[in-house]
Design a protein around this ligand. Structure first.
Ligand SMILES: Nc1ncnc2c1ncn2[C@@H]1O[C@H](COP(=O)(O)OP(=O)(O)OP(=O)(O)O)[C@@H](O)[C@H]1O
Length: 310
């Protein structure tokens, strides 16, 4: 059964002319307002801006500089990959984008709204979904229920309604399950819909995580090492699904990856981190030939399980 064309509320990439991105943000900082944790500190009104942009992000843990003066801009509809050797700051960056960490310096602009710290508890309402480096599934629940749980934030029925299965809750539950079924079909997971998630092979569990994030129809999908620990075949399969998801739903994807080889054919643009600094930000071909990137990866080439180097 084909997926219905959801009203995703996404921004169509075609609605944004390239020159709009070239202009970037206004040179003057956004108007500052009293800052509260997780509250916007300003907005960039009247300017067609990237879906996501980071400006001057700095983050330290004690004496360890995890991120230093990172700028990053993500256009609607693109697959934006962040790579770097171990300890380069990739996970710290995705944790800043998703509001898990508050940066010491700089700010995050999401859909034109500027945050000192993205409100992580409102991430889903902001249209952002993420997966985690380490699997975060409900291992004792079925695949179908795991995927439907990605819509839990939308369920509006009260506790009594959910327990008694009455009123709006029954309809909401039916709707969640039906949308979960559609995403399972899209990601070729229907055959395992009733299996307990924890009993699936690792590669399939990672795909179930992708399904759970996708079912929320996110405008921005953050994938933290979605191919980590996979075989070469599973990685290439996952890359195909990520691209298909972007094409089908026009979801903007920010993807963190350690293995450079697998993201070359998948990414529109790649940012490279090394010791918390951004050392390159370009197309895959340009990154592949960038001497600073080659130098950063020298000595860790053996970590690349595909042995593909860069
Ligand atoms: N919670 C933390 N407490 C202390 N130091 C941390 C913490 N998180 C990250 N760091 C340090 O910050 C630096 C960047 O780590 P981060 O995990 O962001 O890198 P990474 O590129 O994701 O690495 P990997 O590929 O190994 O996952 C490292 O030196 C790391 O030890």
């Amino acid at each position: 059964m084909p997926l219905p064309s959801y009203t995703l509320g996404v921004m169509e990439a075609s609605a944004y002319a390239p020159e709009v991105f070239a202009r970037g943000l206004p040179s003057s900082p956004p108007e500052q307002q009293p800052e509260a944790n997780g509250e916007p500190i300003g907005s960039v009104a009247g300017v067609a801006s990237p879906l996501l942009s980071l400006q001057g992000i700095g983050l330290s843990f004690g004496g360890v500089v995890a991120l230093a003066d990172i700028d990053l801009s993500v256009r609607p509809g693109e697959i934006r990959t962040i790579i770097g050797p171990n300890g380069a700051g990739k996970s710290s960056l995705i944790n800043v984008i998703s509001g898990v960490y508050r940066p010491d310096r700089g700010h995050v602009q999401l859909d034109g709204v500027v945050y000192a710290q993205v409100p992580t508890q409102r991430l889903a309402q902001l249209g952002v979904a993420r997966t985690f480096q380490n699997l975060a599934l409900f291992k004792g629940l079925s695949v179908l229920d795991n995927v439907a749980s990605g819509l839990a934030y939308k369920v509006r029925s009260n506790f009594a309604g959910q327990v008694l299965g009455i009123g709006r809750s029954r309809g909401e539950q039916r709707d969640s399950l039906s949308r979960a079924e559609q995403i399972l079909e899209f990601l070729d997971l229907t055959a395992v819909r009733d299996r307990l998630a924890g009993t699936l092979p690792y590669g399939l569990q990672k795909r179930v995580e992708l399904a759970r994030a996708l079912v929320a129809e996110p405008r921005l999908l953050l994938l933290d090492e979605p191919m980590a620990g996979m075989t070469a075949g599973e990685k290439s399969e996952m890359a195909t699904f990520v691209r298909a998801a972007r094409d089908r739903f026009a979801t903007t994807v920010v993807l963190i990856e350690h293995d450079v080889g697998v993201v070359m054919g998948l990414s529109d643009r790649i940012a490279v981190l090394d010791y918390g600094r951004k050392i390159a930000d370009a197309t895959p071909d340009e990154v592949r030939n960038d001497q600073r990137v080659i130098d950063a990866y020298l000595g860790v080439a053996s970590d690349n399980e595909d042995g593909a180097g860069i």
